[in-house]
Write a protein that binds this ligand. Structure first.
Ligand code: NAP
Ligand code: ZN
Ligand code: ZN
Length: 350
């Protein structure tokens, strides 16, 4: 076993603290990654508070991982020592069901995915531990190639925030001529703005924070609507072809469904702890739809990383010391993050 260092939540709702544990040995198909940066996703916060249930503690969060490969197993084909690699939200799945065979591992129909943290490692039967750590061992099949050309700290959030917004934009073939609303300008939201704008859509940010307007425009948004202002909200009624909903807190969906034009679709990405309430009239009146989307498959994640490298798209970040993680969660809850915290794992040694 390989000794590893991390920060973990010892139990639900208990602050993260230093945690020593062991990673599995590097198997024939595995790579060992020396983690340099890990993004802080709102899903980490939901899970250390056990808002989705079934959390395994101690929990080492982190599924926006970038680092350098320091060892490869004997049968590894696509990576070598020294390569830069990324790991997102999953480290395994059944590999044989129709969804896995279609490259849609995130929708694995038999075992479900093995989460990068909070899952059960197939090789050992022990919990998986995420990227708030100095190193990780992952099967090469679930490892992504990352271009050294980009700023690696700013690439890390692409592994979740990037792919989670890229995948639905591609699935619904968003492009020129489409009006896209992005609800919530946080980690996912700011990536949705950059990606939808790069794909040629007209992008409007739907935000509760008036002070984010200048940033939204700089990120590529064409319009900005303060959703707490009734008049502004009215100005975009029946307007959007798509709304990408990244809001992490419970909210009244009806007011936002009315912003969709006929045949418009709201795609739910945010996972508030409580279920949303919807009246049938909000949907049947204009044949509107509500859909959902979960991260993205491995091949699509690689496609997204290549798209971002080509279009020079990275995340807007604030780098943090791992000791400041608990305070960063408090700031994230207040919407005080521009637009993703990224942990510099070198600070684990301080
Ligand atoms: P985040 O950075 O905290 O951003 C969430 C944004 O939602 C905030 O910046 C804020 O934007 C808005 N918001 C927060 N509270 C609100 C409220 N009470 N009413 C209205 N708007 C509010 O979070 P994130 O990392 O982007 O994650 C967003 C959600 O997506 C989380 O629930 C996360 O678990 C989920 N997620 C889902 C997937 C998936 O596969 N579907 C993947 C990753 C994450 P404004 O200030 O602009 O209003
Ligand atoms: Zn995430
Ligand atoms: Zn499967």
């Amino acid at each position: 076993m390989l000794p590893a260092k991390a920060y973990a939540a010892p139990a639900a709702n208990v602050p993260l603290a230093p945690f020593d544990f062991e990673r599995r040995e590097v198997g024939p198909h595995d790579v060992l990654i020396d983690i340099q940066f890990c993004g802080v996703c709102h899903s980490d916060l939901h899970q250390i508070r056990d808002e989705w249930g079934a959390g395994i503690f101690p929990m080492v969060p982190g599924h926006e991982i970038v680092g350098r490969i320091t060892k490869v197993g004997d049968h590894v084909k696509n990576f070598k020592v020294g390569d830069i690699a990324g790991v997102g939200c999953m480290v395994d799945s059944c590999r044989t069901c129709p969804s896995c065979l279609d490259g849609l591992e995130q929708y694995c129909e038999t075992t479900g995915i093995v989460g990068t943290y909070g899952g059960t490692e197939k090789e050992t039967g022990r919990p998986t531990y995420g990227g708030y750590s100095n190193q990780i061992v992952v099967d090469e099949k679930y490892t992504l190639k990352v271009s050294e050309k980009l700023d690696l700290a700013r690439v890390a959030p692409l592994l979740c925030a990037g792919i989670t917004t890229y995948s639905p934009l591609r699935q619904w073939k968003v492009g020129p001529g489409h009006r896209v609303g992005v609800m919530g300008l946080g980690g996912l939201g700011h990536m949705a703005v950059k990606l939808a704008a790069a794909m040629g859509a007209e992008v409007t940010v739907l935000s509760t924070s008036p002070n984010k307007e200048a940033d939204a425009k700089e990120l590529g948004a064409h319009k900005f609507v303060v959703t707490r202002d009734k008049e502004q909200l009215k100005s975009v009624r029946n307007y959007f072809d798509f709304i990408i909903n990244t809001v992490s807190a419970p909210l009244d969906l009806a007011a936002y469904l009315n912003l969709l034009r006929r045949d418009g679709t709201m795609i739910l990405l945010g996972v508030p702890p409580e279920a949303p309430q919807v009246h049938a009239f909000n949907l049947i009146a204009r044949r509107r739809r509500i859909a959902g989307s979960l991260i993205g498959g491995i091949a699509e994640t690689q496609e997204m990383l290549d798209f971002c490298a080509e279009h020079n798209i990275v995340s807007d970040i604030e780098i943090i010391d791992i000791k400041d993680i608990n305070e960063s969660y408090e700031r994230m809850l207040k919407g005080d993050v521009k637009y993703r915290f990224v942990i510099d794992l070198a600070t684990l040694n301080n």
